[in-house]
Design a protein around this ligand. Structure first.
Ligand SMILES: [Zn+2]
Ligand SMILES: [Zn+2]
Length: 161
């Protein structure tokens, strides 16, 4: 099947390729989004990613037109993790540039507990921005680039005692 203009896949993009080739297990898919397992198991036993089918680069390229999509991605992520691991605690969020590893917008959905305290705080706690915060920033027209000095930010994950 040829991908239509609507899917707007970017050649060479890892996540576009996952969607096109269906190589990884697609956990969920609808007209706008798809979800699959993040292979980095070091973070948590269950760690999923939700992506828009259309290749959007990252949080800094979002506009008000994308707010419905962001809300939808959050709902999809919540639905998928709840199905994989009911009655658990979850963490959701985006990496903001320049922290992105893959340049295709993706929402992390993590079933707690996060295994590594280092990852928990650094990469998947402190630096994981919730959907609502992203939406607020888009609404306010703020720059969605992570400031260099983020020492004032509180970690999302409480440190272990
Ligand atoms: Zn892509
Ligand atoms: Zn990420």
């Amino acid at each position: 099947m040829e991908s239509s203009a609507k899917t707007a896949a970017k050649s060479g993009c890892v996540f576009c390729n996952i969607y096109k080739a269906k190589k990884d297990k697609i956990l969920f898919q609808d007209d706008l989004t798809f979800a699959f397992y993040n292979k980095k198991k070091s973070v948590s036993d269950i760690h999923i990613l939700v992506c828009p089918i259309v290749h959007l680069k990252n949080c800094s390229t979002l506009t008000k037109d994308n707010i419905d999509l962001l809300r939808h991605m959050q709902k999809v992520a919540e639905g998928v993790v709840a199905k994989l691991s009911p009655r658990s605690e979850y963490r959701f969020g985006y990496h903001k540039p320049p922290i992105n590893t893959v340049e295709h917008l993706h929402l992390h959905g993590i079933v707690l507990p996060i295994k590594s305290e280092f990852l928990s705080n650094l990469r998947y706690g402190k630096l994981l921005t919730p959907t609502e915060t992203i939406i607020q920033e888009v609404e306010q027209g703020k720059s969605l680039i992570e400031p260099k000095d983020d020492s004032t930010k509180k970690p999302l994950v409480a440190p272990k005692k």
